[in-house]
Design a binder for this molecule. Structure first.
Ligand code: GDP
Length: 137
């Protein structure tokens, strides 16, 4: 059993497809162990994406992530990290495989519907960023 962090980004929340995206997870063997809808502050987004701070798109990424509320969840299941990445599809929705979340719900490389931890190690750090132990059930 693994746990991973998922964020349904502001574009997908604004499009009202939260339930459709959660259904992709639940229909593919992942379980929601924790969930909340929140508005990230600029400091939150900068801290969460600190690994990208030298990238040219960092400012745009932060502005996008604070442009509206997000739905953050802990997904649990066998190979949850890789399974979530597979369900998400490639970062650029134009390159995402048909049937993936990004192919079906995302518009562009920045407004790309979802975030998912890219390793078990990062999943632990990202889960702790948003949730206390007693919020994960
Ligand atoms: P992910 O793990 O598939 O989300 O991709 P990365 O870790 O490489 O990038 C993190 C996030 O930064 C992506 O999900 C995009 O929202 C954003 N991003 C990545 N590349 C670009 C880019 O070239 N331009 C912009 N504006 N955003 C980008």
């Amino acid at each position: 059993m693994e746990q991973t962090l998922s964020i349904i980004k502001p574009d997908a929340v604004a499009k009202n497809v939260v339930g459709k995206i959660l259904d992709r997870f639940e229909s593919n063997g992942l379980r929601v162990a924790a969930m909340k809808k929140i508005q990230l502050s600029k400091a939150d987004a900068e801290a969460f994406y600190a690994v990208h701070k030298e990238r040219p798109f960092f400012g745009e990424l932060v502005e996008f992530m604070i442009s509206g509320p997000v739905v953050v969840s802990v997904l649990e299941g066998e190979n949850a990290v890789a399974k979530n990445r597979e369900l998400m599809g490639a970062t650029d929705p134009k390159e995402a495989a048909p049937g993936t979340i990004r192919a079906d719900f995302a518009q562009s490389i920045d407004a790309n519907a979802v975030h998912g931890s890219d390793s078990l190690e990062n999943a632990k750090i990202e889960i702790a960023f948003f949730f206390s132990r007693r919020e994960i059930l």
